[in-house]
Each structure stands twice: as structure tokens, then as C-alpha cells.
Ligand binder design. Structure first.
Ligand code: AMP
Length: 175
């Protein structure tokens, strides 16, 4: 990724030690999204990766903001992959392990036909990979094709990229 994209992300990311658990270095991308240039630079770079998608899927919660912006940029729709218990039934559901604790992701099992759609997943951070792997599994179970996932920041020391294989991921910044 170009230096300028990485510089923008670096300069606006807030480091929060010991959140939400002791020992976790939380990378808060909220200031990137709240900055006019930050949002534009990150959206354009993610949209380049997602080119050719006919639907963008954003993961709860910062992935919703990024996913919506990227979908609009590409002229396609957006699907919210939500945390468990938020969607009305019927849902497809997947429980997985996080860097801290466990979580469940859900998508609607009715009302949106995902069969054969090219869906690109968008999220803010790739850490251990459980979230992206679960999102990919949910979409695959619905018959979607997921050519690639795109994240702003990849924490490479946590092995997430290996865990989500064969799902491909592109990141704007790797640390
Ligand atoms: P994982 O499933 O471990 O790859 O975690 C990725 C998801 O959890 C993303 O949706 C992130 O928003 C969040 N996350 C996990 N670890 C961090 C971290 N160190 N900093 C910021 N967000 C994180």
C-alpha cells in the first residue's frame, strides 16, 4: 500500500493499552473514520481492493461504516454482518474465538439472495482471524463467492491470515 495511505492511518490511529482486557493493545480506528481525509483515503484504498464485487459485507461495528462507504464508492449494495441476537429470525449464525473471548456473527437467512454473488468482506482490524473466518463461512454457507476480504489494519503477529485461509485478505497497513 502507498506510503501516504499508511501515513494517514498511522497518524490517526489511537493506541489503547489493556483494552478490553489486560494485555490487549487495542487499535482504535475511530479517529481515522472521523477525519474527512482519513475516511476518503481509506475508503478509496479499500474500494480498489473490492473492485468487481457486486455486494460489500461490513462486519459489526466499524466494518459497517467502512463497508457502507466502500459500497457507495463502488455503486453496489451493502450487507451488515451483525453480532449475535440483533437480527430477526431466520438467521445463519457462527460462533468463533476472538483475541479476547468468544462472539457470534449472524446474517439474514431470508430476504437477500446471496447465491452466486461476489461479496467482498470489509472490517477495520484483522487480529487472530476468527471474525473474518466466521464471516467468510457465513457467506459461503449462503452460496456467496468471497473473492477477497479487505481490512485497514492487520496485526500480523497473531496469525490471522493463516487462520482464514483459503479466504484471501488484503490489508492497507500491516504491523
Ligand atoms: P479477530 O477475530 O481476532 O481477527 O478480531 C477482529 C475483530 O475484533 C475486528 O472486528 C476488530 O474490530 C476487533 N479487534 C480484535 N483485536 C483488536 C485490536 N487489537 N484492536 C482493535 N480491534 C480489535
Amino acid at each position: 500500500m502507498s506510503d501516504s495511505v499508511v501515513d494517514v492511518i498511522k497518524s490517526l490511529t489511537r493506541e489503547v493499552p489493556d483494552f478490553p482486557e489486560p494485555g490487549i493493545q487495542f487499535k482504535d480506528l475511530t479517529p481515522v473514520l472521523a477525519d474527512r481525509n482519513g475516511l476518503a483515503v481509506v475508503t478509496d484504498a479499500l474500494a480498489e481492493i473490492a473492485a468487481g464485487a457486486d455486494l460489500v459485507a461490513g462486519i459489526d461495528a466499524r466494518g459497517f461504516l467502512l463497508g457502507g462507504a466502500v459500497a457507495h464508492r463502488l455503486g453496489v449494495g451493502v450487507l451488515a454482518i451483525r453480532k449475535g441476537g440483533k437480527l430477526p429470525p431466520p438467521v445463519h449464525s457462527q460462533t468463533y474465538t476472538l483475541e479476547y473471548g468468544t462472539a457470534t456473527l449472524e446474517i439474514p437467512a431470508d430476504g437477500i439472495d446471496l447465491a452466486g454473488r461476489r461479496v467482498v468482506i470489509i472490517d477495520d482490524v484483522l487480529a487472530t482471524g476468527g471474525t473474518l473466518a466466521a464471516a467468510g463461512a457465513l457467506l459461503a454457507a449462503s452460496g456467496a463467492e468471497v473473492p477477497i476480504a479487505a481490512v485497514v489494519l492487520e496485526l500480523s503477529g497473531l496469525g490471522g491470515r493463516d487462520k482464514i485461509s483459503p479466504l484471501q485478505v488484503a490489508s492497507l497497513q500491516t504491523i
